[in-house]
Design a protein around this ligand. Structure first.
Ligand SMILES: [Zn+2]
Length: 221
């Protein structure tokens, strides 16, 4: 290995802020998490996109979210052929060891992975991993309908991809069993980058997540 290059200055600055700002506030939480281990009740399956950080969007603390991110927040269907996929390992750990109560598939607007699939552009690299990876959303494209239908095709495709990932989650026997037992709930969510709004999948439509909370709050008064 060559000598280590300088660490990015942005991260060093951020780390200093973390040590003097957030760490003193969260010190007890970190100590408790180190002693007892993590026990998050929510798993988020999100996109690698740097604009869509679940911890930022949901303003969570350390230990609250178990997160796996990949290009376009995809969940491949279950296979029993011994394939070892990063999502499979994370999912298995979240459901069978952590026993999370919720899994959120978090999609978003302006997803580069979805656009790469929709535009069928030239390979981005000799290995063309992105197009190979994104070929997994072909079934979602069937759900989204043809591009020339009314409405924004990329939005339809982004949201159909969330639906397909939720369907694929149910192909994992231990996920289907936990859902059937009522110990695990699956949710689809969609982040609008411009406005910061998060919408929850509700059947064929998406409703801002606070709308449901407000309705529940009103109902419980
Ligand atoms: Zn994305």
């Amino acid at each position: 290995m060559p000598p280590s290059p300088p660490f990015p200055v942005r991260l060093i600055d951020g780390y200093r802020d973390f040590l003097t700002g957030r760490m003193p506030i969260e010190r007890d939480r970190f100590r408790e998490l180190a002693k007892r281990g993590q026990s998050p009740s929510i798993m988020v399956i999100g996109c690698c996109d740097s604009r869509v950080s679940p911890e930022v969007i949901f303003d969570t603390h350390p230990g609250e979210l178990f997160v796996v991110r990949n290009i376009a927040n995809l969940v491949p269907p279950y296979t029993s052929d011994g394939t070892c996929h990063g999502v499979f390992a994370a999912l298995e750990f979240a459901v069978q060891v952590l026993k999370v109560a919720h899994i959120i598939v978090l999609g978003h607007a302006h997803c580069g992975g979805i656009r790469a699939y929709a535009e069928h552009g030239p390979p981005l690299s000799p290995g063309d991993s992105i197009h190979k990876w994104m070929s997994m959303i072909a079934p979602a494209a069937a759900l989204a309908g043809p591009p020339d239908q009314p409405g924004n095709y990329l939005t339809r495709l982004e949201q159909a991809s969330i639906t397909k990932s939720l369907e694929n989650l149910l192909t994992f026997p231990y996920v289907a069993e936990a859902v059937a037992c009522g110990t695990l709930a699956l949710h689809g969510a969609y982040f609008e980058v411009e406005t910061g709004q998060v919408f929850a999948r509700d059947g064929a439509t998406y409703v801002e997540i606070t709308a449901g909370a407000d309705a529940l709050a009103v109902a419980s008064v």
